[in-house]
Design a protein around this ligand. Structure first.
Ligand SMILES: [Fe+2]
Ligand SMILES: [Fe+2]
Length: 169
């Protein structure tokens, strides 16, 4: 007996093109998470000084969350008949999360994190819109991840406000 493909939903033959488009969006999201993990490792270790402690601890816990996001994106790519790419396809984009000139420059790190989280929020909103009514499983997953990113952004916005109130940003 031959197996048949699903007649309904994102795995159906009728949705081949849409599915490939969603896999492309998920692949971009996967790389964003991977790059964020790399950047957050560096920025959780480089900073010096008393002021850096809270930032360092926040980034340490975020690394695990972002890694979890990357794994979820990779899993969904496979479920949609895609292939998780190899590292040679990776292109770095986070110019704003490069190490600052001085490792006590915590404001630079905070602003870089806000930029990274904002980029993720924007791209994940696109995925939520483009999967609407088409792929509720991907949409549901991305909505949950989007909430994490909004939480990260809000936390770092709070740090920035404190520095601004003290005249240091
Ligand atoms: Fe993430
Ligand atoms: Fe995040």
């Amino acid at each position: 007996m031959t197996t048949r493909t699903a007649s309904q939903g994102i795995l159906s033959d009728a949705n081949n093109e849409t599915r490939e488009h969603i896999v492309e969006l998920l692949t971009k999201a996967y790389w964003m998470e991977i790059e964020t993990v790399i950047s957050y490792i560096a920025n959780s270790i480089n900073p010096d000084g008393v002021r850096a402690r809270e930032i360092v601890e926040s980034l340490e816990s975020d690394i695990q969350e972002e890694l979890g996001h990357a794994r979820q994106y990779a899993t969904r790519i496979k479920e949609l008949y895609g292939v998780v790419p190899g590292t040679l396809d990776f292109q770095a984009e986070q110019s704003y999360l490069q190490p600052p000139a001085h490792q006590t420059d915590v404001v630079h790190v905070v602003k870089g994190v806000i930029e990274a989280e904002t980029g993720a929020i924007e791209h994940y909103n696109v995925i939520v819109q483009e999967t609407d009514g088409i792929d509720p499983v991907t949409q549901d997953m991305v909505i949950a991840i989007l909430r994490d990113e909004e939480g990260h952004r809000r936390l770092f916005e709070g740090y920035l406000r404190e520095y601004e109130a003290e005249g240091k940003a």
